[in-house]
Design a protein around this ligand. Structure first.
Ligand code: BGC
Length: 457
């Protein structure tokens, strides 16, 4: 324990006075921060998550999202916070449950709210990156079968159509679905989030989510083509670097390889081939060709946080997820392991040789702000190295703009560039955020001095 505190103190002080370096990314690099509607807006009363939070024991300390960061009423203030950081992009999600609180009924005020938010961002030269689906659904959708419904894709299309016709032509960057495998794992296999199932009947929801991604990609591109606009549509993959906990143990090795394939590669392979495949004998069998799915990413969205160790327990025959205890860990005990990002990027580049990457999320729960500076610095250094090897990155979204409601963990994890005082709803810039801000400024200065050579004849 003492050893670990000393280690943290060492990093804290050695990086305290660290001068922000200059990353030599492209001129248009997106310096971004990410959030999700349910985690910051507040009062998402018609959502399945709101219902879920009412159940005793569902959320740590029985916390509820409540008014969260009251972002719904503080859009101007929060855009000013982004501007203060020199951000030129902001990734956020639309709350489907606020836009369509009852099946087929759209709340025009809610749509106008987002339209205004997008206008305000654009006025400040902040590119909106709009996520259509980030874990949360209207309660009516989940309670009527959700992703098991035969018409789920059509229902989502109706929502998308409504959204697009009101605000779509202003948006250049779209994320269709945030982390489908986290939703499938957490909501269907582990039962930790709505709809709270605990079995492997994941075929229908998984296939429907992939169909929804494909439908959204095609829909958005068709619209943009008619309008003569270039847009970027992708999906945010949560990638975790998964390894065997005990390198000598064949069970850990096999389990880690299987988990790694299911969690990190099954969906990317489906996007590369147009077919989703998963067979675990006697448990699940999926082999489905999805029309219009192949090559539906203009960028590969990566949400990268950590490395996990996979261990098979012979006591209860469970596959357990663990973390290195002797490494730098976040408040959630997630290991600081920037190298994992490089390894997975190199792998994904083989699947999608010509598609650029966008870091749609990368961040650390660190209430004392001991690690955040190092975390940001070392992940950006990985990106810089990867670019030197020929991998292209369009931008980097730090998760998150401010501390927020961290799903089943409640409010205790502190991921924000701004520290939240939830009682007074005040936001305070963290020292690491000042560092991030300076990095962005250095890059702006660098890219504005970039010499553009005339084309050779
Ligand atoms: C999710 C965020 C979440 C973050 C930190 C990502 O998996 O997209 O909603 O807050 O990780 O746990």
């Amino acid at each position: 324990m003492i050893k670990k505190s000393l280690l943290y103190l060492f990093f804290y002080f050695s990086l305290y006075g660290l001068k922000a370096q200059t990353f030599k990314f492209s001129k248009d690099f997106l310096w971004c921060s990410a959030t999700a509607a349910h985690q910051i807006e507040g009062n998402n009363i018609n959502s399945d998550w709101w219902q879920w939070e009412q159940k005793k024991g569902a959320i740590k300390n029985n916390e509820r999202s409540g008014i969260a960061c009251d972002h719904w009423n503080r859009v101007d203030e929060d855009i000013a916070l982004m501007k203060n950081l020199n951000l030129n992009a902001y990734r956020f999600s639309l709350s489907w449950s606020k836009i369509e609180p009852k099946e087929g009924f759209f709340d025009e005020l809610a749509i106008d709210h987002y339209k205004e938010e997008i206008n305000k961002l654009l006025e400040k030269n902040i590119e909106p990156i709009v996520t259509l689906h980030h874990f949360v659904h209207p309660h009516w959708f989940t309670s009527s079968g959700g992703w098991y419904r035969d018409d789920a894709v059509e229902i989502f299309k109706r929502f998308l159509h409504k959204v697009y016709s009101s605000l779509g032509s202003k948006v250049k960057w779209w994320t269709t679905i945030n982390e489908p495998m986290v939703l499938i794992g957490g909501g269907y296999i582990e039962g930790l989030m709505p709809p709270g199932r605990k079995d492997f009947s994941i075929k229908k929801p998984l296939v429907n989510l992939m169909k929804t991604h494909a439908m959204s990609y095609q829909y958005l591109h068709k619209k943009a083509e008619i309008e003569g606009r270039k847009i970027y549509v992708g999906l945010a993959h949560h990638i975790r670097f998964l390894e065997a906990s005990r390198k000598w143990n064949p069970l850990d090795i096999i389990a880690s390889k299987i988990s790694n394939w299911i969690f990190n590669y099954m969906i990317p392979e489906a996007l590369a081939t147009g077919e989703i495949k998963l067979t675990i004998p006697f448990v699940v069998h999926i082999n489905e060709k999805i029309e219009g799915l192949k090559n539906t990413q203009d960028y590969i969205g990566l949400n990268y946080y950590t490395r996990e160790l996979i261990e098979v327990s012979l006591l209860d025959f469970q596959v357990k997820r663990k973390y290195h205890k002797d490494k730098l860990l976040s408040d959630l005990n997630w290991e600081h392991y920037p190298q994992g990002l490089a390894i997975i990027t190199q792998d994904y580049s083989k699947l999608f040789p010509k598609i650029p990457f966008l870091i749609t999320e990368n961040g650390v729960a660190d209430s004392k702000d001991w690690l955040r500076k190092q975390f940001i610095k070392e992940h950006l250094e990985q990106i810089e190295k990867l670019e030197a090897q020929g991998h292209q990155f369009l931008g980097y979204c730090y998760w998150s703009l401010m501390d927020n409601f961290e799903w089943i963990e409640g409010f205790s994890p502190r991921f924000g560039l701004y520290e939240m005082d939830y009682k007074t709803q005040t936001r305070k810039l963290r020292p690491s955020a000042k560092y991030f801000k300076q990095l962005i400024l250095n890059h702006h200065n660098f890219s504005s001095q970039e010499v553009v050579l005339p084309p050779k004849n």
